[in-house]
Design a protein around this ligand. Structure first.
Ligand SMILES: NC(=O)c1ccc[n+]([C@@H]2O[C@H](COP(=O)([O-])OP(=O)(O)OC[C@H]3O[C@@H](n4cnc5c(N)ncnc54)[C@H](OP(=O)(O)O)[C@@H]3O)[C@@H](O)[C@H]2O)c1
Length: 303
């Protein structure tokens, strides 16, 4: 197949190119400037800014893809939890305008499928395991929720539209790798356990996120799929586990009210995230993560 990837040079784009090339697919990767990262993996590079609708149209038209994959984010700058919503502004714009430009270009070029990145940590906090049918925050979570909902809506309305709700990435090129931002925070004892640490984080190794994306590209039916590992990770379990792996002291504990003052919405993750099910991706995409649990995956990356 011929695959066009927007966001090809990023944390998920790079393993995705490699896995698609290993399976014999032809890949064109879109970037604003980082052609070397894409060509080194055996793909052709196409230069376009996602906000330039004409450049995106020309790039997709030239690639003549069967499938267009949207892995666009703008999350490269360090995260300050006090400014979480400002930090997401560029990504929100990509989710609205970048998605629209890609959907228009994919449709004009006659692509039969469009696969887009969403997240598995936007479900509402009512207790219980979340499936693809569970409600997401949407505009109740401000512009970040509204933009996410817009990305999903536009993608699902496109021919062959598939939304992949990935868990928190870990592994090479992510913030949860040796030298990555989150791991450094844990090493410096700057990532506390909030309240009882009951929030259940959905993690996924980037190689497993990439293999699920390959499955969606090759044989996914339109719809939404959660791409997370088998074991939801309670904050009170995974933060100390990682601290021990990297030789850090035990994490501090802070009351939930203090975390809310310091980190606003982000504090909700730490105490209120609910477990997410990957049953649909396993059953319908025939996908299995190599790291069924973050425990093995983090040990392999950090131990
Ligand atoms: N589910 C998750 O947990 C999740 C999801 C995504 C990212 N992250 C994390 O966020 C951090 C940064 O991610 P990242 O390394 O993938 O980098 P990033 O800065 O978020 O960029 C991702 C991709 O989007 C492309 N892009 C951004 N703006 C664009 C624009 N205007 N036009 C065209 N392309 C554009 C970039 O291409 P060029 O810069 O080459 O143009 C790059 O290929 C990592 O720690 C990663 O793990 C986490």
């Amino acid at each position: 197949m011929r695959i066009f990837i927007a966001g090809a040079s990023g944390a998920i784009g790079r393993p995705l190119i490699r896995q698609l090339r290993e399976r014999g697919h032809a890949v064109v990767g879109m970037t604003r400037s980082n052609t070397a990262a894409i060509e080194a993996l055996g793909a052709d590079a196409a230069i376009a800014d996602a906000f330039d609708s004409e450049a995106v149209r020309v790039a997709v038209e030239a690639a003549q893809p069967d499938v267009v994959v949207n892995e666009l984010t703008d999350l490269g700058s360090p995260l300050n939890p006090r400014k979480y919503e400002d930090w997401l502004a560029g990504t929100n714009r990509l989710r609205r305008e970048g998605t629209r430009n890609l959907v228009d270009a994919a449709t004009a070029a006659g692509a039969s499928k469009l696969v887009a990145q969403s997240v598995a940590f936007a479900y509402t906090f009512e207790p219980g395991t979340k499936t693809e049918d569970s409600p997401i925050h949407g505009p109740a979570a401000g512009e970040m929720g509204a933009a996410m909902e817009e990305l999903e809506r536009q993608t699902l309305a496109a021919p062959g539209g598939i939304v992949l709700r990935y868990g928190f990435f870990y592994g090479p090129g992510t913030g949860y790798s040796r030298g990555g931002q989150q791991i450094d925070l844990i090493r410096k004892r700057k990532m506390p356990i909030v309240g009882g640490g009951a929030g259940q984080f959905p993690f996924i190794h980037v190689e497993d996120a990439a293999s699920a994306t390959v499955a969606a590209v090759e044989r996914g039916a339109p719809g939404i799929y959660n791409v997370v590992d088998d074991e939801p990770a309670a904050a009170r379990d995974w933060i100390p586990y990682v601290a021990e792996l990297v030789g850090a002291k035990k994490p501090w504990r802070v009351p939930a009210w203090a975390a809310r003052l310091a980190a606003g919405r982000m504090a909700g993750f730490a105490t209120r995230l609910q477990p997410v099910s990957n049953a649909k991706a396993k059953d319908e995409l025939g996908w299995q993560p190599r790291y069924a649990s973050w425990r093995e995956g983090f040990r392999a990356e950090l131990g």
